[in-house]
Write a protein that binds this ligand. Structure first.
Ligand SMILES: NC(=O)c1ccc[n+]([C@@H]2O[C@H](COP(=O)([O-])OP(=O)(O)OC[C@H]3O[C@@H](n4cnc5c(N)ncnc54)[C@H](OP(=O)(O)O)[C@@H]3O)[C@@H](O)[C@H]2O)c1
Length: 225
């Protein structure tokens, strides 16, 4: 069975991706929340799958290297992310750095931990979760949207670099998804569900090896109420 490493697997989109891939992949689930990681392990075990929880703060490059360096992974989903939606002058430096570290810098460290093995084997698929905010601005998005623009630039450059080595890179850009990331009092009834995004990721992974879906936008089909 191929192995899929998913960051941000404790809740939201990452948890949905882990559950959707579990029937066909051995899951390595990365996140900080111990209780949530073990709940995911139980849920995957209940459907007959396997899950290795890895408790890791993605803001710590040294911890990423020691936990994930040299891992043999067939699929990497760089999903973990944080959003502080605020006008620039209200954004704390710590919030800016958290978004840059988790949404963007972690891609460098996590990808470099698993890419050598993929290159050696001549196969692998890396799926990065960006956002529609990765190509469109929004009010209060100077920090978040710029990290997601960076994810798309990173993904396309890496795709060109590694596809001749049998490694595919894709980027998924969801619209609004009903997770803990959206504002607490927001009407989520019209939004995508985390599993809608997970289904899109599974679809990309299921394409034959000679085909590559590079960039995919997933939007809610119903207009915002
Ligand atoms: N929700 C949306 O509307 C939407 C739209 C477009 C794109 N996205 C993107 O989709 C991805 C998943 O978002 P979501 O909506 O599922 O958010 P979420 O429910 O808030 O989940 C975020 C995940 O990231 C992990 N994470 C955050 N900081 C971390 C850190 N320092 N180290 C390790 N893991 C960390 C969290 O795990 P722990 O807290 O347990 O560490 C959690 O599993 C993100 O990249 C987000 O930008 C979301």
């Amino acid at each position: 069975m191929p192995t899929a490493l998913i960051t941000g697997a404790t809740r939201g989109i990452g948890r949905a991706i882990a559950l959707r891939l579990a029937p066909t992949h051995d899951i390595i689930a990365v996140g900080r929340g111990d209780v949530e990681l073990h709940r995911l392990l139980d849920d995957i075990s209940a459907i007959g799958g396997t899950c290795q929880p890895v408790r890791l703060d993605l803001r710590r490059p040294d911890a990423i290297a020691s936990a994930l360096g040299g891992s043999s992974v067939d699929v990497l989903v760089n999903n973990a992310g944080v959003m502080h939606k605020k006008p620039l002058l209200q954004l704390e430096a710590s919030e800016w750095h958290e978004m840059v570290d988790v949404n963007y810098n972690a891609l460098f460290h996590v990808t470099r931990a698993v890419l050598p093995g993929m290159m050696l084997r001549g196969s692998g698929h890396i799926v990065n979760i960006a956002s529609i905010a990765g190509r469109s601005a929004f009010f209060g998005g100077a920090g978040y949207a710029s990290t997601k623009h960076a994810v798309i630039g990173f993904s396309e450059s890496l795709m060109l670099e590694v596809r001749d080595h049998g490694v595919r890179v894709s980027v998924v850009c969801p619209g609004s998804v009903a997770t803990g990331m959206v504002e607490r009092d927001a009407d989520t009834s019209w939004m995508l569900t985390p599993d809608d995004v997970a289904q899109a990721v599974a679809g990309i992974l299921a394409t034959p090896p000679h085909a590559l879906v590079f960039q995919l936008e997933v939007r809610a089909s119903q207009p915002r109420k």
